[in-house]
Design a protein around this ligand. Structure first.
Ligand code: NCD
Length: 360
């Protein structure tokens, strides 16, 4: 199904050359933001934030304002018709007639894809549940390009909540497409990287290992990507408390790291990086958040200037088959067409909204 508009739901929907162009444009904007001050004159961006956000929402808004455009939207669905039970389909349909581009964050996996099916303008995924966060990945790629001067041949440690952290899912999918990257996943057995992401890494020709402690990995890393334990995605408070405080990066652990390792974090930080680390010149997370504005300026410009639409649903409907993931949008909004990608013999299906697999 081809949409008239170019959406960004998952970076993997585009070739690496497209990401590279965006990163290059982001770097140019960083050098001379003034030159881009009228790129979006007269355009309106709507931000539909069904889930809390500081950086993603404000950096998108700043990006549009710095390009000369204007912004509308909500960041508290309780103040919109969502609280009256309006579906994503109807909200998207309406708002996409008010705006030229729509940015959506939602607590349920696949929500941005669902929005793109009914929008009359481009849709950008600003985070869908524990699933994906492609614009954070663009920010991370831009940060690596500027601060490490490469996107390949890196040993990247990812630490913390790897099962629920959408930022690390998107970043693994992207970085495994570049040559010679190696991943070290540092987590408890309960919070390990999902199998489907590990399969993508292997299929892309990159390698990974899994360890339990920061100490055994930190000395090998070029990049340490810390993440927050995602309290809101746990079934119970007890399960969250059992994981909290497992990994804390402090000055003592930083002594074990290479002199040129950089520390990234999508933020917000809770207690996984002590404040003393902020003064270490390898701590790059605040700079990373600043680069997020340039990455999003590059993205908004590129999407709005594109004449080509992008594919929305590519999979097939299998009669009576539905996704088993309770956190998939197709189990929250019944009208959505179920759509699955099939493995070789069509017994393994992958939900096109949330990537959950099932055997039939
Ligand atoms: C992250 C997110 O919302 O996924 N933050 C962000 O977008 N900068 C990470 C998080 O919430 O832990």
């Amino acid at each position: 199904m081809q949409s008239e508009y170019q959406h960004l739901i998952d970076l993997s929907d585009y070739p690496v050359s497209w990401w590279n162009d965006l990163v290059e444009l982001g770097a140019k904007i960083k050098e001379n933001p003034q030159e881009y001050a009228h790129e979006c004159d007269g355009k309106i961006m709507a931000t539909l934030f069904y889930e809390p956000s500081t950086r993603t929402q404000m950096s998108f808004q700043t990006a549009m304002l710095r390009l000369g455009g204007r912004i509308i939207g909500f960041d508290n669905p309780a103040n919109s018709s969502v609280s009256k039970g309006e579906t994503i389909k109807d909200t998207t349909k309406i708002v996409s007639n008010y705006a030229d581009i729509l940015v959506i964050r939602h607590p349920v996996a696949g929500a941005a894809k669902a929005a793109s099916l009914s929008a009359d303008c481009p849709v950008i995924n600003a985070g869908d549940g524990g699933h994906l966060h492609p614009t954070q990945t663009l920010t991370d790629l831009l940060t690596l390009k500027i601060e490490k001067n490469t996107l390949s041949g890196l040993t990247i440690g990812m630490c913390g909540d790897l099962i629920n952290g959408r930022t690390v899912h998107s970043l693994c999918k992207a970085l495994s497409m570049f040559r010679g990257n190696r991943f070290i996943f540092i987590s408890t057995p309960e919070l390990m990287m999902p199998a489907y992401i590990k399969d993508i890494i292997k299929a892309n020709g990159s390698t990974y290992e899994e360890v339990n402690t920061l100490e055994e990995a930190i000395g090998k890393l070029d990049v340490l990507y810390m993440t927050r334990i995602q309290q809101e995605r746990f079934a119970s408070r007890e399960e969250y408390l059992a994981q909290k405080n497992t990994y804390v990066l402090d000055r003592k652990k930083m002594l074990l790291a290479k002199k040129d390792m950089i520390v990234l974090h999508p933020l917000p930080r809770v207690d996984e990086i002590t404040v003393e680390v902020d003064d270490d010149r390898r701590a790059m997370y605040f700079t990373q958040a600043k680069y997020g504005v340039f990455a999003r300026m590059a993205l908004i410009m590129t999407i709005l200037n594109s004449k080509k639409g992008s594919e929305t649903l590519k999979g097939k409907v299998y009669a009576g088959v539905r996704c088993d993931n309770p956190r998939c949008i197709t189990n929250h909004e019944e009208y959505l067409p179920k759509s699955f990608r099939a493995g070789g013999d069509e017994t393994l299906l992958e939900c096109e909204y949330c990537d959950e697999r099932k055997l039939i």
